[in-house]
Ligand binder design. Structure first.
Ligand code: GDP
Ligand code: GDP
Length: 447
């Protein structure tokens, strides 16, 4: 998609303009290797054209009024990535050396640059835009992000320069997707299990705390991340970013929030503290995962805090397995967010689990598998008659769901269903995904 980046020195109003442009749309945090600051990204629509808009301004308080070398790096990177730039300057402060420095970087490219002279809160102030022509760009606009003034003219100019084929592509893009190539992941677990640390370890960097920047109202928390060509969207429904801890003073365990995360995600990462093992709260969380038949990876974190002996690690693992026996399909990964251990394994498992949850098997294979499983154990009887499965078929969608045509649906008790489910998972290659069995009785019970 055509990408427009908002650049400028700290405190000129980049975020305010960004928020003004995206309106109520949701923004996400984008993770780009080699870039140390958050990129906040959203789509924008103007006069029927959709494009991507990026706020490059995740700068912290101490950066204000300075042009730190890393800001230069950020902008250089953005020049590679984007198709056009909105250079925001402060109409009240006037032209500064830092503005000139950024303009110089932007002159290295032929891509369009629009100068937004911000904080022009009333028409009397418009004359202060003229000095900014010195930056060497023709398109200079007075705007006030706060008064919503001038933003329409600015966007008209931006959209006018978007090539026709890009506009077409953006129309295509806005159509609903069938199967998402992005895995939505929720990291859940008790407070202090290490969820945020784990996310940071995955992203490979300590991330800027967006909410600490005064004057910003970024409601942005989901994080897009790519590893080995696979995209992940880490949902923040569970309050992962430190933001929530600041807001509430102390983080609390909220079933509602965890449930919300579990419902929205494709894969759940359930984090457990190695020192404590699986607790009462962990059982509750896992029950929710089971209830919504969600693919999951169980993470035993902080393994650096326990003796690195295999009997110790096995004991912890067994305790977790036993306590969470009802989600046997979830692979267990041991990590240390602190030492960045086990992170690749975790990502690999998330991908595996996700792929299995989309897997489909043919009817022939499924019915052979059922025969095989039934040969392992004599089915129980119901009212003196043996239970029978005549035929099975996989339904559309995920999680994998199998419809079994049987003689007495009410005769299939939990333990036998669990036996069927667990063995079918193994035989059919769904070791890491939950499956669902639905039973349907036959009208005509001759046998
Ligand atoms: P950033 O660091 O470039 O992202 O800047 P922010 O968007 O955080 O804005 C910096 C400060 O400028 C905040 O206190 C905003 O309220 C203020 N600001 C932003 N836009 C305007 C505007 O149009 N007029 C006025 N008067 N203040 C603004
Ligand atoms: P959250 O509440 O689940 O998001 O937990 P945090 O990520 O905030 O971590 C809680 C505490 O555990 C912090 O003091 C972290 O530094 C610490 N912590 C997190 N992961 C690890 C780990 O792998 N090893 C050790 N030793 N400490 C960790």
């Amino acid at each position: 998609m055509y990408r427009v980046a908002i650049v400028g020195r700290p405190n000129v109003g980049k975020s305010s303009l960004f928020n003004r442009i995206i309106g109520k749309r949701k923004a996400i945090v984008e993770d780009i290797p080699g870039v140390t600051r958050d990129r906040i990204v959203s789509t924008a629509d103007w006069r029927g054209v959709t494009f991507e808009i990026v706020d490059t301004g995740g700068y912290i308080e101490s950066d204000r009024d300075t042009f730190a070398p890393y800001i230069r790096k950020q902008i250089e990177k953005e020049i590679e990535l984007s198709d056009a730039f909105i250079l925001v300057v402060d109409g009240r402060e006037g032209l500064t050396p830092a503005d000139k420095e950024i303009a110089r970087l932007l002159h290295r490219t032929d891509k369009p640059v629009y100068v937004a002279v911000n904080k022009i809160d009333n028409p009397d102030m418009e004359k202060s835009i003229y000095e900014f022509y010195e930056l060497g760009f023709d398109k200079v606009f007075p705007v006030s992000s706060i008064q919503k003034y001038g933003v329409a003219d600015l966007l008209d100019a931006v959209v006018q320069d978007i090539p026709e084929y890009e506009k077409k592509a953006s129309e295509e893009k806005s159509k609903p997707e069938e199967k998402s190539e992005i895995i939505k992941v929720a990291i859940v677990g008790k407070p202090n299990a290490g969820k945020s640390s784990l996310l940071n370890a995955i992203l490979g960097e300590e991330r800027a705390v967006v909410s600490d920047i005064p004057g910003t109202t970024r409601d942005v928390i989901d994080t897009l991340f790519e590893w080995k060509g696979q995209k992940f969207l880490f949902l923040d429904t569970a309050g992962l970013r430190k933001k929530s801890k600041v807001d509430y003073g102390i983080e609390f365990f909220s079933v509602g929030r965890t449930l919300d995360a579990i419902k929205k995600a494709d894969v759940i990462v359930h984090v457990i503290d190695a020192q404590q093992g699986a607790t009462e709260q962990d059982t509750k969380i896992a029950h929710l995962i089971q209830k919504y038949t969600k693919p999951a990876v169980v993470v035993i974190n902080k393994i650096d805090t326990v003796p690195p002996k295999s009997e110790v690690l096995n004991r912890i693992k067994n305790q977790v397995r036993e306590r969470l026996y009802f989600i046997p399909y979830a692979p267990i990964v041991m990590t240390s967010a602190k030492n960045k251990k086990g992170i690749k394994q975790l990502l690999k498992e998330i991908i595996d689990v996700y792929n299995q949850s989309w897997k489909r098997v043919g009817t022939g294979q499924l019915n052979r598998a059922i025969k095989q499983v039934l040969s392992l154990r004599q089915p129980p009887s119901y009212h003196g008659k043996p239970l029978k499965i005549y035929y099975a078929t996989q339904l559309e969608g995920k999680p994998p769901c199998f419809l079994l045509f049987v003689n007495y649906p009410e005769g299939f008790k939990d333990h036998f269903l669990k036996f069927l489910e667990n063995n079918l998972r193994t035989v059919l290659g769904f070791e890491k995904a939950p499956i669902k069995l639905l039973l349907r009785g036959k009208e005509n019970r001759q046998d």
